[in-house]
Design a protein around this ligand. Structure first.
Ligand SMILES: O=C(O)CCC(=O)C(=O)O
Length: 198
């Protein structure tokens, strides 16, 4: 329902484990940067979300333990995430840490919603298994970086004589390409070049 009519397993399972004192993760998501494959969208009386992460808890998470945190409703925000919320130095009281029991399953909207990790404070180790789903037509990560390559996605013959700039638009979809896909810049005079600085 969250992803629309059809959905697919995109990547995972990933395990997040932590012992007491394990540091957290800066908050991220809320469409910053814009990422259509995980974006939240309203149309025709319906809401959709490109990516949904399902997080299975293998140990209890009590109030104050840390671990997964989010800002409920942030997927609808028209304002950028304040810096203090991102770092949790001044979270404006917006950041929530769900309380869960071993066996509970949490659904959250990948990159559409502000979320992250607080330092783990419990003597019981954290154990969460994350499985990342996407709408049928969305791609978040792919199992192998080789699949992105133009010669794999389109076939060697088609891309053999292309310039670097032409090849830049022939990569397969996805976001976890480890810097392989460089953005194209268009100069004032219409010249197109690869931006190697990203
Ligand atoms: O479960 C967590 O601690 C955070 C997971 C997360 O940030 C993510 O899946 O992007």
């Amino acid at each position: 329902m969250m992803c629309g009519k059809r959905f697919r397993l995109d990547h995972g399972p990933l395990i997040i484990s932590g012992v007491e004192g394990t540091e957290g993760l800066t908050l991220h998501g809320q469409g910053e940067p814009h990422n259509p494959c995980v974006a939240y969208h309203q149309q025709n009386d319906t809401t959709y979300c490109g990516g949904v992460t399902v997080s299975w808890q293998l140990s209890d998470v009590n109030q104050g333990d840390g671990g997964f945190v989010c800002v409920p409703g942030s997927h609808k925000s028209r304002q950028r995430m304040p810096a203090g919320v991102r770092t949790c130095d001044n979270d404006l009281g917006l950041v929530t840490q769900p309380v869960m029991k071993a066996g509970d399953v949490l659904f959250f909207m990948g990159g559409a919603q502000t979320h992250g990790t607080h330092p783990w404070q419990s003597q019981t180790p954290r154990r969460s298994v994350l499985i990342k789903y996407a709408s049928q037509s969305s791609v978040r990560g792919v199992p192998s970086k080789d699949l992105y390559k133009p010669e794999v996605w389109w076939g060697e013959d088609l891309v053999a004589d292309m310039t670097e700039e032409q090849r830049a638009v022939m990569y397969g979809p996805g976001v976890h390409h480890g810097g392989l896909v460089k953005p194209l810049m268009v100069e004032e005079d219409g010249t197109v070049r690869i931006d190697h600085c990203d």
